[in-house]
Design a binder for this molecule. Structure first.
Ligand code: ATP
Ligand code: MG
Length: 152
């Protein structure tokens, strides 16, 4: 873990172009909501990886014409990062397992996306290294929202 002052706007500017292209290709609207520019102590590459993994999932598990929103804001002593999609959702009973290594919700539905099931395990690991928190809400066929909180 290499802590440096990370600027939220610069962070977003760095990771968004390639994700924007993925979203465009799939016909998904990617909305970036980052009203305030904040500096906080974090591992730059770790935080980039977290954003990429979460937004890539949101794009992968959302059908065409859907919407993915990335929101970064300051909340008391935390940086709150939120990734919301209008995708296929995750069944309630599966939610406790999605952060396990190699776990994929349903082989049939995720076969064509060709992932390994490591993305969220990596996200959880990086969040824990920062002593942050992660929460997920999901509704089947409606969408999923991940909330991450990093101490400033
Ligand atoms: P990769 O290693 O390429 O990321 P993956 O996307 O399958 O592969 P994870 O990112 O760890 O692996 O996600 C685990 C599983 O959780 C996915 O296979 C998918 O079933 C489910 N999942 C993750 N994010 C979402 C989402 N935004 N909407 C619906 N299901 C999701
Ligand atoms: Mg993934």
């Amino acid at each position: 873990l290499e802590l440096t002052l990370v600027n939220t706007r610069k962070l977003i500017d760095d990771v968004i172009p390639v994700l924007k292209q993925q979203a465009d290709q799939k016909g998904i609207q990617l909305i970036i909501d980052n009203d305030s520019e904040i500096d906080f102590l974090a591992d730059l590459n770790g935080i980039k990886q977290v954003m990429i993994n979460l937004v890539a999932n949101a794009i992968n598990y959302t059908p065409k014409d859907g919407r993915v929103t990335l929101n970064v804001k300051e909340e008391q002593d935390f940086i709150h990062l939120c990734v919301k999609d209008t995708g296929i959702g995750i069944p309630k009973e599966e939610l406790p397992r999605i952060f396990e290594r190699f776990y994929r919700v349903d082989k049939a539905r995720s076969r064509n996306t060709g992932g390994t099931g490591l993305g969220l395990a990596i996200v959880k690991h990086i969040v824990e290294l920062h002593k942050g928190m992660i929460e997920v809400e999901s509704e089947l066929n409606t969408g999923t929202t991940f909330h991450l909180y990093f101490p400033k």
